[in-house]
Design a protein around this ligand. Structure first.
Ligand code: IVH
Length: 681
């Protein structure tokens, strides 16, 4: 096979695997093989950019960095929907439809109203060529590179009678599970949490670096099809054919022949919608036949043939009894409202987040106030307001503490941050406990048999002060330890006691943790902003703890994905003598402080602070060797042309689009010889 055929074969094969996986939930190959094939294709495409296909799965991993999005006009304006919260108004809509159709019979298609970001996607000759946000309805942002990262969206549709040009519209969203995963990761590194899946999705779609977008697994449900001339008679037909062509249509829609059936659908999904993998906020009701849609027509803003029925945000009112203050691993203090228990969306709510002191001020909430609690897209209920009509003399201002509620150290507020912090990192018990919990979690040292109150017990008995102490525990120290806990909320007592079996489990898990790879150990250390991914990047670059410890700020910022804030945090962490002792103790205990992955060997510092990208082929290096060479001399390889790029290294047969873009952005272009000269200068 020649390279062109090889590229075509790999593209088709990987697209087929993707389709099977995302549309039919069937795995044709294991992840490892898939990644290997993808890498192979990517390498071939870099070498022969002229043969790369527009539906190549390599587009899904991102890489394009756009300075700003181009504004593009929609072929057909993106309208909004009239909406209502009441059955009576919905019945009025139905009457208007009846009249508008002069008494002819009609059917509705009911769909869930997905709570995300409206997208318009254009396919030309079956290939996804454009993805645009709704914008103002007339013009939106061209976010093609970002929508290509959505795995369920076919880059090429296969089917019979596919028109040469068509557009599909749908809702881009962040699945709830993904939203929670991102927030867990953010919590790990002390980043503020994303408020809700909708904002998170909208923020992600507007990111300029599509590589970063690809890491958040966005998804999309399609709900309309547009082409000229129209090829379907009904909306139902369009949904069925879209599905058949591999376009992702949510299976939740239903054809309803009467207003009663519509109401039954609405009532059924009021609770069932919480079983779905994404946030929804209502139902969209559409006339099925296209000729009837045309007959009903449009108002200035929205169609007369469709309406949205929105569910009322689930809210309840209850009394704010007290505020507790929780101290997290990074020392951030979070106020939590303790409420008189109230039923909301089928669960009893006793606590709600108050976020920070600004939020308390914004709400103007006082103790003993009657407050409104809502469960929106967020997982944790929140207080949305105060029922002032019920305020009495019993209402008292909330005294925000000036001392840490756990260790009485004066709290501090850092410039530009909404949270107060307890600076007593080393002695504050909840910070200490959270640090242990971070250390033992599965993605770090995986000593989870120490969960459920056992760590608390060990800290309480003074057996451990630092995670390094875990490696000095023995049967004698542990056997027979016991503590009775009283749950403040329920008043129930719980006994944690260490008998032979659990002691054995704990010690085995601690021993086994010594084989956890270096990147896990690095993550376990709990350096602020060093989450799992960054720990891996640092591992790939430095290979061992000593090289990392010796790294300067300048070297650190040259590591892929490491920015100013992470670099500063790493330098400060290693400068602390207690942390140096900590590492030496972990070394003595036999933890992995060296990776067995092959690291790029350091060769010099001539490229420190410089960023590179390359195009074409080279005489002295394969592409991989070139990347290694750049990194070995302290340089950084970027994934696309942006204003951060210093040099484009141009080899033989360079990609014309890269060269053109670099010229436009005035990026310095150098040849292989100049690059060699830079290495040795
Ligand atoms: S159809 C003419 N169907 O709701 C408007 N929209 O308020 C056609 N949405 O901008 C829209 N789920 O972002 C339609 N199943 C669904 C929907 C849906 C969510 C959003 C969409 C639109 C907004 C209108």
């Amino acid at each position: 096979m020649n390279p062109q055929e090889q590229i075509a074969e790999l593209t088709d094969r990987l697209n087929f695997y993707n389709y099977q996986y995302y549309q039919n939930s069937s795995s044709e190959v294991d992840d490892f093989t898939f990644d290997k094939l993808l890498e192979e294709l990517s390498a071939l495409e870099r070498q022969y950019p002229e043969w790369a296909r527009p539906d190549s799965p390599t587009h899904r991993v991102g890489g394009t960095i756009s300075k700003e999005f181009a504004t593009v006009y929609h072929r057909f304006p993106m309208l909004s929907l009239g909406n209502t919260y009441s059955e009576a108004e919905l019945a009025e809509f139905d009457v208007r439809v009846q009249k508008g159709l002069n008494g002819a019979s009609y059917e509705y298609i009911c769909e869930l109203k997905f709570d995300g970001v409206a997208l318009s996607l254009t396919y030309e000759n079956g290939i996804l060529t454009r993805g645009v946000t709704r914008g103002d309805g007339v013009r939106g942002d061209d976010i093609t590179a970002n929508v290509r990262t959505i795995r369920t969206l076919p880059l090429k549709v296969n089917g019979s009678n596919v028109p040469p040009l068509f557009e599909v519209r749908g809702e881009g969203f962040l699945p709830l599970a993904e939203f929670e995963r991102i927030n867990r990761e953010r919590e790990d590194i002390g980043e503020p949490l994303l408020a809700n899946p909708r904002n998170a999705a909208s923020g992600t779609f507007k990111q300029q670096d599509s590589g970063a977008v690809a890491k958040r697994r966005l998804d999309c449900y399609l709900y309309s099809f547009l082409s000229e001339p129209e090829i379907f008679q009904t909306h139902e037909e369009s949904l069925l054919v879209m599905k058949k062509w591999g376009l992702n249509v949510s299976p939740t829609w239903r054809k309803c022949g009467s207003f009663q059936e519509v109401m039954a659908f609405i009532n059924e999904w009021e609770t069932r919608r919480f079983e779905l993998p994404l946030a929804t906020d209502g139902i969209v009701i559409k006339i099925n036949r296209y000729d009837q849609q045309r007959e009903l027509g449009y108002t200035a803003k929205s169609p007369r043939w469709a309406i949205a029925f929105k569910y009322k945000a689930l809210a309840a009112s209850t009394v704010l009894n007290s505020v507790s203050y929780q101290v997290g691993r990074t020392g951030a203090v979070t106020p939590v409202a303790n409420l008189t228990p109230v039923l909301l969306a089928g669960t009893v709510v006793k606590r709600a987040s108050l976020h920070n002191s600004n939020e308390i001020q914004r709400l103007g909430v006082m103790l003993n106030d009657t407050v409104f609690v809502e469960k929106g897209g967020e997982i944790i209920p929140k207080i949305t307001g105060v029922d002032l009509s019920k305020r009495t003399d019993a209402s008292k201002p909330i005294d925000y503490p000036s001392l840490c509620p756990a260790c009485q150290t004066p709290l501090i507020r850092k410039e530009g941050e909404a949270h107060f912090y307890c600076p007593n990192e080393k002695g504050c018990p909840p910070q200490l406990q959270a640090r242990f919990e971070h250390f033992i979690q599965r993605r770090a040292m995986n000593i989870e048999s120490l969960g459920e109150g056992k760590i608390e017990l060990l800290i309480d008995r003074g057996l451990v002060h630092s995670p390094a102490d875990l490696y000095e525990l023995t049967v004698e120290k542990l056997l027979g330890l016991e503590k009775v806990y009283k749950d403040v909320e329920t008043g129930k007592t719980r006994v944690v006691s260490l008998r032979e079996k659990s002691v054995e489990n704990i010690l085995t898990a601690i021993d086994r943790s010594k084989t956890q790879p270096f990147s896990n150990v690095l993550f376990a250390l709990g350096i602020r902003y060093v989450g799992n991914t960054i720990a891996e990047k640092l591992t790939d670059y430095f290979g061992n703890i000593d090289a990392l410890r010796a790294a300067s700020y300048e070297t650190l910022v040259s590591v892929p994905e490491v920015g100013d804030r992470i670099a500063q945090s790493v330098v400060a962490w290693f400068a602390d003598s207690d942390n140096q002792v900590f590492i030496e103790r972990l070394r003595l205990a036999g933890l992995q402080l060296v990776t067995d992955r092959v690291a790029v060997e350091k060769k010099g510092e001539t490229l420190v602070g410089k960023t590179f990208l390359y195009t074409g082929t080279f005489v002295n290096f394969s592409r991989e060797e070139l990347e290694n060479e750049i990194e070995a001399h302290g340089g950084k390889v970027l994934s696309g042309i942006s204003k951060k790029l210093n040099y484009l290294i141009v080899g033989e047969n360079p990609g014309p689009s890269k060269v053109e873009k670099a010229t436009k952005m005035a990026v310095t272009m150098i040849g292989e010889d100049e690059f060699l000269a830079m290495l040795s200068s």
